[in-house]
Design a protein around this ligand. Structure first.
Ligand SMILES: Nc1nc2c(ncn2[C@@H]2O[C@H](COP(=O)(O)OP(=O)(O)OP(=O)(O)O)[C@@H](O)[C@H]2O)c(=O)[nH]1
Ligand SMILES: [Mg+2]
Length: 456
């Protein structure tokens, strides 16, 4: 596909700051012309994919720096256009001077993500891959990086396209019977519904993997709650591996919540220490308890800490009730028990809730706690291996596509015309096409690429 851009863009592709080298990128039809002007060499000096050490000249014949030039000829380049990379010295002033010279030679500064946007427009990658590339660059953990790599390699796109093709096949048969009722028999409705459910199943499995990818990039929120003095702040400090929160033997030490980002099994986790849960007249502590309950309601997993020497209290029951299905119960201070079992472990209220025994003082049981938290998320071994990096927008589109495919299957069985089912199928296909960018508006592209770095 030929490039639709007539102008040439440039940007510094390396982060600002002082470094050994910096790389500038130039993409567009004038790339070779700019290379000649900057270097003083003729066009035939720039054999594609060969490096060339030459001066960088400003427009007045002065030398700004010396740099390695590498020219890539369209269409086999990242953007699909002629592309020039200039590796110059990495000082702030040097980079600024070289960039100035590049602009003077005929380029304009690139917008954020404009190189990748051109790659997309020129058919070098689809939109899901382009967005994954952004996530790959931003990945902070290995698991995030692997998920982004899967999607860059087309794992999400393939799944989405398969579902789209399946829906298109089903829709074609249905629409033919609607458009030409005399010539084309109505397809077997049971079969149509079955096919649609299968397509919905495919979308659902892509959605699951995409949601895992979101967990990976957004992180999960884990609230640490419990009565005063049970060791919540001690546990936060243990998880954070530093004295983040004040710990004291005085009940009611923590009065506000505090957050710390940690890693559990490759997953970014925001651990939130909260004020102890108790009835009190102190207005500040009351507000702390209210905030603790808010945190508990919004958390993905709630770690309910209890003193292993005590029984399950009313406050604990209330927390268990408000966070049903998301709680990991923790018996803390096991070091004080001399090997005995926690006093309240057989309480009926804890039935069905995973329980872990730890000592926030010695660190014993921390591994078990991490395992239990991951399990509560449904994140057992191998959970993230297949995760797909997806943006919030893509997850939303998959959800809507799934809903529409489900609605199409249902309406196919209703004793009405098949028109409505066809409308739902069309909606599902449109949502899927937005993910890969097979159908997408310019303003959506603006929104997506504006979140990229300059020079990407
Ligand atoms: N022996 C022992 N003491 C612990 C353990 N965990 C915490 N403590 C002690 O228990 C007391 C309370 O600990 P904190 O971490 O401040 O408890 P908290 O739940 O944050 O208390 P509030 O902020 O008041 O709600 C401190 O004196 C800690 O040293 C443990 O595992 N073993
Ligand atoms: Mg505390």
């Amino acid at each position: 596909m030929p490039s639709s851009h007539s102008d040439t863009i440039a940007a510094v592709a390396t982060p600002p700051g002082t470094g050994a080298i910096a790389v500038l990128r130039v993409s567009g039809p004038s790339a070779i012309d700019i290379a000649c002007r900057l270097s003083g060499a003729g066009a035939d000096a720039f054999a594609p994919r060969r490096t060339l050490l030459r001066p960088v000249l400003d427009g007045r014949g002065g030398q700004v720096d010396e740099a390695i030039y590498c020219f890539y000829a369209a269409p086999r380049t990242f953007t699909g256009e002629d592309l020039l990379e200039i590796s110059c010295h990495g000082g702030l002033a040097a980079v600024r001077a070289v960039f100035r010279a590049v602009l003077d030679a005929g380029a304009r500064p690139a917008d954020p993500g404009e190189f990748t946007r051109r790659a997309f427009v020129n058919g070098k990658m689809d939109l899901a891959q382009a967005e994954a590339l952004n996530q790959f660059i931003r990945a902070r953990t290995e698991t995030q990086m692997i998920a982004a790599k899967h999607t860059m390699d087309g794992a999400l796109s393939r799944r989405v396209r398969e579902s789209w093709e399946e829906l298109t096949r089903i829709a074609a048969a249905v629409e033919a019977s609607i458009d030409f009722p005399e010539d084309v028999d109505e397809p077997d409705r049971e079969q149509v519904a079955r096919d649609l459910r299968r397509a919905a199943g495919q979308i659902e499995s892509a959605l699951k993997l995409a949601v895992r990818g979101r967990l990976l990039s957004e992180g999960v929120r884990v609230a640490i709650v419990g009565r005063p003095n049970v060791g919540k702040s001690s546990l936060l400090n243990l998880l954070a591996n530093r004295a983040r929160a004040i710990v004291s033997e005085i009940p009611g030490t923590t009065r506000d919540f505090l957050e710390e980002t940690i890693e559990m099994g490759g997953l970014p986790v925001v651990a939130i220490d909260t004020a102890g849960l108790r009835d009190t007249q102190d207005p500040v502590e009351r507000e702390g308890t209210r905030r603790a309950m808010d945190t508990l309601r919004q958390a993905d997993v709630v770690v309910l800490v209890m003193d292993a020497r005590e029984c399950v209290s009313d406050a604990d029951c209330e927390a268990l009730e408000s966070a049903r299905g998301r709680v990991v119960a923790v018996w803390n201070k096991m070091d004080l028990l001399d090997g005995a079992a926690p006093a309240g472990d057989s309480a009926a209220e804890l039935e069905g809730t995973p329980r872990v025994r730890i000592s926030a003082m010695t660190g014993d049981g921390l591994g078990d706690l991490e395992q239990a938290v991951l399990q509560r998320l449904g994140a057992g071994a191998g959970f993230f291996e297949e995760a797909l990096a997806a943006s919030e927008r893509q997850v939303m589109a998959l959800r809507q596509a799934l809903e529409a495919a489900g609605a199409a299957a249902e309406t196919a069985l209703e004793p009405l015309a098949l028109d409505l089912s066809a409308v739902h199928m069309q909606a599902a296909r449109a949502r899927l096409a937005e993910i890969t960018g097979d159908s997408v508006t310019e303003s959506l592209l603006d929104t997506i690429f504006s979140s990229f770095c300059i020079g990407k």
